[in-house]
Design a protein around this ligand. Structure first.
Ligand SMILES: Cc1ncc(COP(=O)(O)O)c(C=O)c1O
Length: 364
């Protein structure tokens, strides 16, 4: 394993053969030491994930736009385009790391998850790549494009009622019938480690960032990003972006305790979950702040992605852009006024086109 100072100096290699192999799923939530706290993942497990999934994932593009920079006091934004990831979102990273951490003798039994969104499709795709069955429990109110993607990737769909209890019971029944390995969407060491490869890649592409802004729901993405980014550069700021209509992360950080997302109301369908017992401690201790954005700001950010970057971002995927354009970030008195080079994670692009067009038409 490379030393932390080599990593901080930017001399680490994502393909270094000397990195430890960690079987994250066997030790699914094995905690490893980071600073003074025990967390479900670490810079080392993220480097191991990068090595494991590197040949299977896309190294996604980083885009810049001077037109968007002008909207925010001439900061330079580096947009990490995870809509270009396989399956159309960053979720393939975590799903792939979890699936490829499963021991060979469990392959035939398959994997199972319950998810209303991108994790479902990502897990189906990762399982297909490894040649194993994927049983996907999907609430009936899931966007059609996400349901279709699961089917396209060969997932066996089990529809359930749109409640957590129905999702959990359906998944538990499948586990007891098939012996499949349960892979949750975010509250899992291997999933967090896989998502953290977004930040490893971004800092390899743009080493001198002052801050990274990424959307948060259950916190798998942001936990992985903050562990990787602060492991490489302890000075970097890592900021969460979430909808006002699902602002449990802002409320949890303010209260110093994990609060659940009650009755979320937002167009960002990927950001309606609550953090879990493995993601919350990482977010609580390491994430520097939370920016909340309203629905209009989210739709406006989707439009800007389309018009200026020429990319399709789903509502959840555009929340980080909405955050860096909001006064909470751009005001001269903002805590991040000094952040001039900012990584912005556009986390996914899976959106029903009809919903996209409708959201662009203002209500009468
Ligand atoms: C596009 C997109 N962005 C962000 C998130 C939030 O990820 P996490 O639950 O790991 O916080 C999700 C979750 O489904 C998502 O689909």
């Amino acid at each position: 394993m490379e030393s932390l100072s080599a990593i901080a100096a930017g001399t680490y290699s994502l393909n270094d053969d000397s990195q430890d192999h960690i079987n994250d799923t066997d030790n699914a939530n094995r905690h490893s030491q980071t600073g003074h706290e025990l967390y479900a993942a670490s810079l080392e497990s993220i480097l191991a994930a990068a090595k494991r999934i590197g040949p299977l994932i896309h190294r996604t593009a980083v885009l810049t736009s001077s037109s968007i920079a002008e909207l925010s006091g001439n900061r330079t934004f580096f947009f990490k385009c995870e809509m270009f990831q396989k399956g159309g979102s960053f979720k393939f990273r975590g799903a792939c790391n979890a699936v490829y951490s499963i021991s060979d003798d469990c392959i035939a039994k398959g994997v199972v998850t319950h998810s209303s969104g991108n994790h479902a499709a990502a897990l189906a795709l990762a399982a297909r790549v490894r040649g194993m069955p994927a049983y996907i429990v999907i609430p009936k109110n899931t966007p059609i494009c996400k349901l279709e993607a699961v089917k396209r990737y060969g997932g066996v769909v089990h529809l359930c009622e749109p409640s957590l209890i129905s999702r959990e019971r359906t998944a538990e029944a499948i586990v007891s019938q098939t012996g499949a390995t349960f892979i949750p969407p975010y509250n899992h060491g291997a999933v967090i480690s896989g998502q953290g490869t977004v930040a490893l890649e971004l800092l390899d592409q743009v080493p001198d960032l002052d801050a990274i802004v990424a959307p948060i729901s259950g916190g798998g993405l942001l936990s992985g990003i903050v562990l990787a980014a602060k492991g490489i550069n302890p000075q970097i700021h890592v900021i969460a972006a979430e909808p006002k209509g699902a602002d449990d992360v802002a409320r949890s950080k303010a209260a110093g305790q994990l609060l659940k997302c009650e009755n979320p109301c937002t167009i960002a369908d990927g950001l309606r979950a609550s953090m879990g017992e493995y993601t919350w401690p990482i977010v609580r201790d390491l994430v520097d702040g939370v920016i909340t954005v309203d629905e209009e700001e989210i739709v406006s950010a989707m439009k800007i992605c389309y018009q200026q970057l020429k990319v399709v971002a789903e509502p959840s995927g555009a929340v980080s852009l909405a955050a860096v354009l909001s006064p909470q970030f751009t005001a001269p008195s903002s805590a991040w006024a000094g952040a001039k080079r900012v990584g912005v994670v556009l986390s996914g692009g899976n959106v029903d086109l009809e919903v996209l067009w409708k959201s662009f038409i203002p209500p009468h």
